[in-house]
Design a protein around this ligand. Structure first.
Ligand code: NAD
Length: 482
């Protein structure tokens, strides 16, 4: 049984009081427990962070960069343990944790360790006598709150730029998948990471998460999670005028035009729909296909979807692992029922899967394709966040754009075409923070990442994240007498 502890002021703290059970979703078994932290724990962490802040700032970008590289190296030497923990905690295939989640978390630390050394701010010379230059100063203590779908990957995506920019962090990972954040805190203790610079508190959103958002000394909140939670956080943060970055839900279109390379488009649409059991904010859950190739694409997608290997996440052959929890599985199955009530036809999948042996009580379901639904029905409007995608035919470019833009979200889109002019035209017209052309989830850490409308506000990535975690101060100097 794993007993997760908070990491406060450089030490792993055993807390008396409430605990939350930790479940392995692939087996349905209790694997351990985590602290149900309270506002008092937040207070202790904020005090430790405030105490550590002056020294962390004073070691400068070079000093902070060295620590972040050290952290990345230490995670890398324990990569197997991190990948195993991520897979068991979330139900994702071990192969995915091993090739995507953990390497990306390491890259996040390395990327910002390097980026901070090359960060520059503006200077303006106005005639020879006036120089304006902009300081980019860290905010102080900041809060980073992350979800369960890509646990260490998204947690590190926030804390790495926050730390690099000179802030001290109160991190709050999801209570559903806290394990790799706990391993990270163990690594911090082992390498002697400066005490109080990073603090990790475990527990429920409405308890410890809310206390982080409301704390007056926490200057900014970087949040990734659901749109409903984002709204609550934005409201609460307004009380203390905190900076807020919100990365929220999505209902992303995959648009396949008639001139696309259909082999690549079908594989791309499949990956976009079902990677991580469809539990990625960027997943393409609405597959829009030109009517002239609809039948062919539909047939190929059905064949490929129905042969995806569902199995024990620890089995190397598994392509589809378990959903993250019993409640989430019930929710997604309920949404398939809703789609049928709305007139949808299930082309493949739609059912809970019972596996033999170790995973007999796990939360597995078949990857599901549905067609026959109008663009305005709930199934095509609301985020499902599971292995369910709809197929929607369109007759021309303007109809594709209209359908793609018809939801309240605007996170990501992927466009499949061999016509470069069409690709540019469509990319410009989509209401979306990210557009992939002939690819999906191809990431460059320097690029802006985030969405519009109900998908959030602000951008992460590269200098966007470093700007968020700093405050600009302009200094105007009269350099010569008039
Ligand atoms: P969630 O909103 O339930 O929880 C996210 C985090 O917020 C957790 O750590 C939770 O404990 C905390 N939290 C919950 N209520 C809180 C409150 N009142 N105050 C402070 N913290 C609170 O989301 P989830 O179910 O963990 O994740 C799934 C959602 O995340 C999906 O909607 C998905 O689209 C979204 N997501 C978005 C992105 C992106 O980059 N846009 C990436 C991944 C996931």
């Amino acid at each position: 049984m794993i007993s997760i502890r908070n990491y406060i002021g450089g030490a792993l703290v055993t807390k008396s009081g409430g605990r939350i059970d930790l479940e392995e979703p692939a087996t349905g078994q209790i694997a351990g427990s985590l602290p149900d932290s309270t506002p008092e724990d937040v207070e202790r962490a904020v005090q430790a962070a405030s105490k550590a802040f002056p020294e962390w700032v004073s070691i400068g970008p070079e000093g902070r960069s060295k620590w972040l590289f050290k952290l990345a190296d230490a995670i890398e030497t324990r990569q197997e343990a991190f990948a195993m923990a991520e897979s068991r905690d979330s139900g994702k295939p071990l192969s995915v944790a091993h090739t995507v989640d953990i390497p990306r978390a390491i890259s996040n630390f390395r990327y910002f360790a390097g980026a901070i050394l090359h960060d520059a701010s503006e200077a303006y010379v106005d005639r020879p006598s006036v120089l304006n230059y902009t300081l980019r100063q860290p905010l102080g203590v900041v809060g980073c709150i992350s979800p369960w779908n890509l646990p260490l990957y998204l947690f590190s995506w926030k804390i790495a730029p926050a730390l690099a920019a000179g802030n001290c962090v109160i991190g709050k990972p999801s209570e559903i998948t806290p394990l790799t954040a706990f391993l990270l805190s163990e690594v911090c203790v082992e390498i002697g990471f400066p005490a109080g610079v990073l603090n990790i508190l475990h527990g429920r959103g409405a308890g410890v998460g809310s206390a982080v958002v409301n704390h007056p000394e926490i200057k900014a909140i970087s949040f990734t999670g659901g749109t409903t939670t984002g709204r609550i956080i934005a409201r609460a943060a307004a009380e203390t005028f905190k900076k807020v970055s919100l990365e929220l839900g999505g209902k992303n279109p995959t648009i396949i035009f008639e001139d696309a390379n259909l082999d690549e488009a079908v594989d791309g649409a499949l990956r976009a729909a079902f990677s991580n059991q469809g539990q990625i904010c960027l997943c393409g859950s609405r597959i829009l296909v030109h009517s002239s190739v609809y039948k062919e694409v539909r047939q190929r997608l059905i064949e490929k979807t129905s042969t995806l290997a569902i199995g024990d996440p620890l089995d190397a052959a598994t392509q589809v692992g378990s959903l993250v929890s019993k409640e989430h599985l019930a929710k997604v199955l309920g949404l398939v029922e809703q789609a049928i009530e709305e007139g949808g036809r299930v082309l493949t999948g739609g059912k809970k899967v019972s596996l033999p042996g170790r995973c007999s009580s796990g939360y597995f379901m078949e990857p599901t394709l549905i067609e026959g639904l109008g663009e305005t029905c709930r199934t095509n409007q609301d985020e499902i966040f599971g292995p369910v995608a709809t197929l929607i035919p369109f007759s021309d470019e303007s109809e594709a754009i209209r359908i793609a833009n018809s939801t309240k979200y605007g996170l990501a889109a992927s466009v499949w075409t061999n016509d470069i002019h069409r690709a540019a035209r469509v990319s410009e017209t989509l209401h979306s923070g990210i557009v992939w052309v002939n690819c999906w989830m191809l990431r460059d850490l320097r690029t802006p990442f985030g969405g519009v409308n109900d998908s959030g506000m602000g951008r992460e990535g590269g200098t966007y994240a470093l700007r968020f975690f700093t405050e600009a101060k302009n200094v105007c100097v009269k350099t010569l007498p008039q």
